[in-house]
Design a protein around this ligand. Structure first.
Ligand code: PBG
Length: 331
């Protein structure tokens, strides 16, 4: 038993023993980060001759075709697991035509990156219309201006085909249309792309933290996405979306945003038998960068802490704008 002290017994259990030295802390750490589980989201904009800064995401740019290639090589050399590509077209219209043009910027970028890095990185593409529509919604609109679910599915099927034809390894449907995973899977299979995987944005919330992304893709959205993205108040529908996505053939599932939804991440991870990803989104990035720029938090520690928390909550994969930097730091 413990020794008697002036104020009663000394504690028998001293958890602090396992925190005494860095070596001890390192040895008993339950969660470790590895570059291979990180995925770098990257923007490429048609017609650029120089990379364009994104003011709300200091350190992130809209790439030219050329600088995107270089960023992909750098990520691969750092050991990053994958890259998620977003295209920003020069012209937008009501149905997002550039999203299904075989020579649209995203398809061109997929070919560029694949030919540059081959299989050294898993190449993924955002499969959504909001980067391509002049109204900024993730789907096509009906005559009342509402997002038309099933008409949008037809556009997504076509997007899946052109992205797969361009050589992408994984498509990431992010529009939250009902039935999107099933339609995309069938479209891919029918076109002979059985090996192209689907990373489903399963639990995607209508979040204020997407703000900076809207600048990153020159979005013209007015209003919000609350008729298709999930209500931040709800957890149960995330599990329903998971069941549907798995039944429709999702190969991997994702929770997004990450940090405000760690409870959802844990529930999805516990209920899922496929790999689970989390997307640390633009607003999460911006929050840390802005506070750090003001000297209010320790940037590097905050980055590692958020990533560790997301992994601890159950994500096996993390999409983060810091992927390459963190991969270098882990080396
Ligand atoms: C939709 C899409 C969005 C993001 C990824 N895919 C924007 C949205 O749903 O409003 C956000 C990513 C980020 O904020 O970093 N194509």
């Amino acid at each position: 038993m413990s020794t008697a002290g002036a104020y009663g017994e000394y504690p028998a259990a001293r958890p602090r023993r396992l925190r005494v030295t860095p070596a001890m802390r390192r040895m008993v750490a339950e969660t470790r980060l590895h570059p291979a589980e990180l995925i770098l989201p990257a923007f490429v904009r048609e017609g650029l001759t120089e990379p364009a800064a994104i003011s709300t995401m200091p350190g992130v740019v809209q790439h030219t075709r050329d600088t995107l290639r270089k960023a992909a090589v750098e990520a691969a050399e750092a050991g990053v697991g994958g890259i998620m590509l977003f295209g920003v077209p020069e012209s937008k219209d009501a149905i997002g035509s550039q999203g299904t043009d075989p020579d649209g910027i995203l398809q061109v970028a997929i070919r560029d990156v694949k030919s540059e890095v081959g299989d050294a990185l898993v190449v993924m593409s955002d499969l959504c219309l909001d980067e391509y529509t002049d109204h900024g919604h993730c789907g096509v609109l009906d005559e009342h201006g509402r997002v038309d679910n099933d008409a949008t599915l037809l556009r997504y099927a076509e997007m899946a085909r052109v992205q797969a034809n361009a050589g992408v390894d994984v498509v990431g449907p992010s529009g939250m249309m009902d039935g999107q995973v099933g339609v995309i899977r069938k479209a891919l299979d029918a076109a002979g792309h059985q090996d192209v995987a689907v990373l489903a944005y399963t639990a995607k919330y209508a979040s204020a933290f997407y703000g900076p992304f809207r600048e990153a893709v020159n979005s013209s959205l007015k209003g919000d996405r609350r008729t298709y993205q999930q209500d931040p108040a709800n957890a149960r529908e995330a599990l329903r979306e998971l069941a549907l996505d798995l039944a429709e053939g999702a190969d991997m599932v994702m929770v997004k945003p990450a940090l405000p939804y760690l409870d959802i991440l844990r529930q999805i991870a516990d209920a899922s038998d496929v790999p689970v990803a989390a997307y640390q989104i633009s607003g999460e990035y911006a929050m840390v960068e802005a506070a750090a720029a003001n000297g209010w938090i320790d940037r590097d520690r905050a980055i590692m802490e958020t990533l560790t928390s997301v992994r601890r909550a159950g994500a096996g994969l993390v999409l983060t704008y810091w992927a390459t930097e963190v991969a270098h730091r882990l080396a």
